[in-house]
Design a protein around this ligand. Structure first.
Ligand SMILES: Cc1cc2nc3c(=O)[nH]c(=O)nc-3n(C[C@H](O)[C@H](O)[C@H](O)COP(=O)(O)OP(=O)(O)OC[C@H]3O[C@@H](n4cnc5c(N)ncnc54)[C@H](O)[C@@H]3O)c2cc1C
Length: 441
């Protein structure tokens, strides 16, 4: 039967491979990292795996939930109420429920109502295509007015996208409001979802199933070259081996896919792939002997603070899972050339602790029992106006080569749920095409 080679063992590559292997196709996944999981990959803290970059699901994330059910590990899904807050003007505010919004002092009372009603109105929008032609800034100002925009949304937009924040499309922000605002328990409190054993446990479970179905997963195996003959990809090369392919799926960030495709496609096509820009992300993960606050997720609405979020993971998954250590992520999206992104680890730690002490004056370096720094060059596509026109098709100019990447997730923003959807979609296309080819022989 025809062999499908998949480049990348993130959630897109794994779900495509699982789907194809379930249908009886031999699959080979190439992954440059030592382990599967991609951006949702993990590392060990004590006896437990922890995501390099904080991860949770929303309770509406149906593609991943369906997958979990199919893999027969539904009992590992953990629904949890989460406490979200905001750091603004040197104070913390809880912002998890409608009551919290009504008590949110930095806004005038009428504007607190406007914040709540605006968020509800945003969530009710179904037809997002009208939002494609305006920026998030323009849309948010219209919907929420100046005070709500300046206190609540503008610092977040700038904190996340920096210099390009004024280019971000309303579609991106609409989706954030819809997704996060919609993930609620019955009483109206925010509810998020985690997986027992972490995202690594799910990625490993998928890998195990792919192998059981006859698939192969090559880790530490970076794809360096493709052979294309007569407009068909025929071989995939890594440093250590070469595999013959009847179809190839690339799930890497677009700039990496472009490098692999460059020798085989027209310059215009490669330029089109390059048109989508990405931000990088740096996460400093602290293992602490104490908790910082009772909030899981703190949006930092203070432009002088170097990180956009302080995420105390152990207010979501208990510290007991990590040998009593309290886990805090400090996250920042930024261009690859930014100073913070390139800082030596020790300097980054000292710099971050100084910043944290402004927020938590009792905090000291002695509480840091270990720390880890994770970087991802391509972590967030910049969703600008009319983004739909920039998205490359899953089909490429090479007949049996497909692209299924994070940057093609739209109008939703990237996420493992949509990675699974993308993986399933591309697998269906590949199956249909291979069946067509087989029946023509
Ligand atoms: C800071 C941060 C927080 C996030 N939070 C969440 C969250 O809370 N919930 C959520 O669902 N999602 C979250 N996401 C998004 C989520 O991680 C991604 O959407 C998802 O993991 C993308 O999966 P993917 O398979 O499409 O891409 P990737 O995970 O990027 O997988 C691509 C894979 O290709 C491999 N690769 C690249 N080049 C080569 C090559 N030449 N040869 C072989 N392999 C190669 C890479 O190593 C990688 O493993 C977050 C992302 C970030 C950065």
């Amino acid at each position: 039967m025809s062999r499908v080679c998949i480049v990348g063992a993130g959630f897109t590559g794994l779900s495509a491979a699982y789907e194809l292997a379930s249908a009886g196709y031999p699959v080979t996944i190439f992954e440059k990292d030592p382990a599967v999981g991609g951006l949702a990959g993990s590392f060990r803290v004590g006896n437990q795996m922890l995501e390099k970059f904080y991860h949770h699901w929303f309770n509406s994330d149906r593609y991943i939930m369906d997958l979990v059910r199919k893999l027969d590990v539904e009992d590992k899904i953990l629904f949890r109420e989460s406490r979200t807050g905001m750091y603004y003007s040197h104070r913390f505010f809880k912002l998890s429920s409608p009551m919290d919004v009504l008590r949110f002092k930095p806004l005038s009372f009428p504007n607190r109502i406007r914040l709540g009603l605006g968020a509800l109105a945003a969530r009710r929008i179904e037809n997002w295509t009208n939002l494609e032609s305006i920026t998030a800034r323009e849309w948010l100002l219209q919907l929420f007015g100046k005070q709500v925009y300046e206190v609540v949304w503008e610092p977040l937009l700038i904190g996340k996208f920096g210099k390009v924040s004024t280019e971000v499309s309303a579609v991106w922000f609409w989706n954030k409001l819809k997704l996060r605002g919609g993930s609620r328990a019955k009483g109206g409190a925010e509810q998020l979802v985690y997986f027992k054993g972490g995202f690594a446990a799910l990625a490993e479970r998928m890998a195990e199933e792919i192998v059981r179905l006859g698939g192969e997963i090559r880790t530490n195996c970076e794809v360096t070259r493709l052979d294309v003959f007569d407009q068909r990809a025929v071989r995939v090369h890594s440093h250590s081996e070469t595999v013959e392919a009847d179809a190839v799926i690339l799930t890497t960030p677009l700039p990496i896919a472009a490098e692999l495709l460059k020798p085989h496609t027209e310059p215009d096509y490669i330029a089109g792939l390059g048109r989508i820009r990405y931000l990088s992300n740096i996460c400093l993960v602290l293992e602490l002997d104490r908790s910082l606050s009772d909030l899981y997720w703190v949006n930092v609405n203070d432009p002088s603070f170097p990180f956009v979020g302080v995420i105390e993971h152990t207010n979501f998954e208990p510290a007991s899972s990590y040998g009593g250590r309290h886990i805090v992520y400090l996250s920042k999206y930024l261009p690859r050339e930014a100073e913070l992104y390139n800082m030596p680890h020790e300097d980054l730690l000292d710099f971050s602790i100084n910043a944290l002490r402004r927020m938590f004056p009792d905090f000291s370096k002695e509480s840091v029992k270990a720390y880890h720094v994770w970087r991802a060059d391509y972590s967030q596509p910049i969703i600008e106006k009319q983004y739909s026109a920039l998205i490359p098709d899953v089909r490429t100019p090479i007949e049996n080569l497909y692209l299924a990447t994070m940057a093609q997730v739209y109008p939703e923003d990237r996420g493992t749920n949509y990675a699974v959807r993308g993986g399933l979609q591309v697998a269906s296309m590949v199956k249909a095409r291979l069946a067509e080819v087989a029946s023509a022989i």
